[in-house]
Design a protein around this ligand. Structure first.
Ligand code: C2O
Ligand code: CU
Length: 415
């Protein structure tokens, strides 16, 4: 009997195939809201895909748009052919269907979006969350918040990054939503910044309990006054509502120089339904681990130049697709130096593999951080360690989507 139950439990928790059909289509005029013109399955954001570590995700993309599209699985280590990049995959033409299939090997908060005409397609509503759960992590109440900034639809002018005072943040497509919570509960909030250009500088009433970043749990709990999410970035918070409502606000922040003067804007509110003493929080299995020492050299250097105002961004003096493909040997480790000598910030994003930050302007980060999207501030010189364990020609680009679309993108080959 016990053996049978054990076997059943093993079956229930063993790897599964998570299947989903995503229909990319224009929204009928009557159901349009906010800045959204297109949607997956009629939803903005698209459906949240949830899988467990080791599961196979199988997504059938049906393209009912009248232009070509693809899906990229941002932050997920997928085989190159499943990465949704046009360098590798023929775009999915109108009326066509393509099935993406991959095994998820890293727990965390990820997202999906097109990787073709990306600035326009993402801006108009094509994106969604992909959550990979680790059954060994304790269970909390889950909330997934996909952030977008509302005023950036249409023409991208020199003003993007400015005018943070008028910034309106949308959370799952809604402006300043209110979520009901119970006092004493533990909420795991998964945050994704899906905005094309907007930096979300999020602040709570007290210190925020950051438990995870781009690639799953942090080495330890990180208490922060503020969490800065650049476009493409993710973080997870443990929220412990007690007797009072919790309000999250965004401070004014510009990609053209960081913090700005001005008023904060309301982002969302957690309304406490049954006030109680707050929970002390859960025991997350933080992995620990020290920051690796910066060896003081770099195998590869990527220099970001240009001006946001003129959309003249380049990497190593080149503009995609006319780029030099640098190569790293499969199975090796490479030290990459990122230099931002341009006049704006750039969230550096690399496909296919994750990287560890070794130093920022010569100083090691306070804790070990594994990233796939890392914001480069103006004049930053950042060294990262890349473990070249996934073969492919991986896109490396700035996640300010108008920058990427104007060529701030290159290719790193792992073979
Ligand atoms: Cu989220 Cu190459 O992108
Ligand atoms: Cu950029």
């Amino acid at each position: 009997m016990i053996a049978v139950i054990t076997a059943l439990l093993a079956l229930a928790s063993g790897p599964e195939v998570v299947r989903l059909r995503l229909v990319a289509d224009e929204l009928p005029a009557a159901s349009r809201h906010g800045p959204f013109l297109y949607a997956y399955n009629g939803l903005n954001p698209g459906p949240t895909i949830r899988a467990k570590l080791g599961d196979t995700v199988e997504v059938e993309l049906v393209n009912q748009l009248d232009f070509a599209t693809t899906i990229h699985w941002h932050g997920v280590k997928v085989p190159w052919a499943m990465d949704g990049i046009t360098w590798m995959q023929r775009p999915i033409a109108p009326g066509e269907t393509f099935t993406y299939r991959f095994v998820v090997s890293q727990a965390g908060t990820f997202w999906y979006h097109p990787h073709l005409d990306t600035d326009r397609q993402v801006d108009a509503g094509l994106y969604g969350a992909l959550i990979v759960e680790d059954p060994n992590e304790p269970r909390a109440e889950e909330m997934v918040w996909v952030f977008d900034s509302a005023e950036e639809r249409g023409e991208h002018s020199a003003s993007h990054g400015h005018a943070r005072r008028e910034e309106r943040w949308l959370v799952n497509g809604a402006h300043a939503p209110v979520f009901s919570v119970r006092g004493g509960s533990v909420i795991r909030a998964r945050l994704i910044n899906a905005s094309n250009t907007g930096y979300l500088a999020l602040r709570g009433p007290g210190k925020l309990r950051v438990i995870a970043g781009d690639q799953g749990l942090l080495p330890a709990l990180d208490l922060q006054k503020r969490v800065l999410l650049a476009p493409g970035d993710r973080a997870e918070l443990e929220l412990l509502p007690g007797r009072e409502d919790l309000e999250l606000v965004a401070e004014p922040y510009s990609l053209n120089g960081g913090d700005m003067h001005g008023e904060h804007v309301h982002v969302l509110r957690l309304k406490v339904e049954a006030p109680r003493a707050p929970s002390p929080g859960l025991r997350w299995p933080f992995p620990g681990g020290r920051v690796r020492r910066d060896p003081g050299y770099a195998d590869l250097i990527y220099t970001f130049t240009g001006s946001d105002r003129w959309e003249s961004g380049m990497i190593n003096g080149e503009r995609f697709p006319d780029v030099t493909v640098e190569a790293v040997a499969l199975g090796s480790e490479a030290i990459i130096e990122l230099r931002n000598v341009s006049s704006s910030e750039h969230p550096f994003h690399l496909h296919g593999v994750s990287f560890e930050v070794l130093s920022v302007n010569g100083v090691p980060p306070p804790a070990r951080t594994i990233e796939d999207t890392y914001n480069l501030r103006i004049r930053d010189r950042v060294r990262v360690l890349l473990r070249a364990d996934n073969p492919g020609d991986w896109m490396l680009h700035c996640h300010i989507l108008p920058h990427a679309e104007h060529g701030m993108m290159t290719v790193l080959r792992i073979q």
